[in-house]
Write a protein that binds this ligand. Sequence first.
Ligand code: UDP
Ligand code: MG
Length: 317
Amino acid sequence: MENKTLISIIIPAYNEEETLQASVQKIGETLASLQDRYSFELIFVNDGSSDTTLGLLRQLHQEHPDWVYYLSFSRNFGHMSALRCGYDHARGQAVICMDADLQHPPAYIPVFLEKWAEGYEIVFTSRQDDQKTGWFKRLSSKYFYGLMNRFSDVHIEPGAADFRLLDRKVVDLIQQSNETDLFIRGFIPWVGFRQFIIPYTPDKRFAGQSKYTLRKMLRLALNGITAFSVRPLRIATFLGACISGLAFFYAIYAVYAHFVLKETVQGWTSVLLSVLIMGGLQLLTLGIIGEYLGRLFIQAKGRPPYIVQESTLPPSK
Ligand code: UDP
Ligand code: MG
């Protein structure tokens, strides 16, 4: 044990009863070949699963008490909160996070460590989609990153996945951040440091269904955009300025038409159109402002991003 570098691996799990055992076994096989230089802790974060995930984790911890641990939330807080919790509790010199469903091939772990040893503080992967990835996932991912990069001030590598290695320095920054809704995928390009990208092709989900519902994806997208940029607010201001400019000229024309041309009874269509357009735009901009106000509201309440109900924290090494 002594003098080996401790590496943490964190794995969020939400209703993953079908994949956990295989995950631990596959990851264990990969780690076995690295035992001479590194020691490992595998920390599962049970994100309020409603199936037997927690029971299985207890059992896995009993089977491998010296390297498999878990934390369990009081309810479902979402993937991002589970990751955050993992980073908060990991003790390794480097922290790797991956999914429970074996879509992130454990074979990349040695590659991560190699790059880390070369001095990269951040080694992350970008998903190369192929036919194995469903068309919806491919399309939504493409538009998500397109939108993200257009509307926010950080550049996120298209396909950037939550399958990465972070050096202790970066993990400490995540721990110290007091953002309630920290968008880790955006935070990572924002912090800088030496970053290395590894393209990878995800494997098929080992078992079970994707736990990312459309609602969760949309929430993630909105969160990502509003967390890193005020550009949507600027767009609202810009639109407002353009429309006001046009309205000003139209107002001059209306006065002119009334007093000089004296032809002002018709015009139902133009009135209706302008009411509709203005109404729509006002609602849109109100919505954008509301989105930011909501973020402030959540942040001001200062609630914790997750609540741990049960844990077998790894002993300090
Ligand atoms: N996950 C989570 N909380 C959630 C949804 C998902 O912890 O509310 C976990 C899930 O168990 C998995 C990872 O996040 O380990 C990625 O989820 P999934 O494989 O369902 O997403 P996909 O690969 O389809 O994007
Ligand atoms: Mg998956």
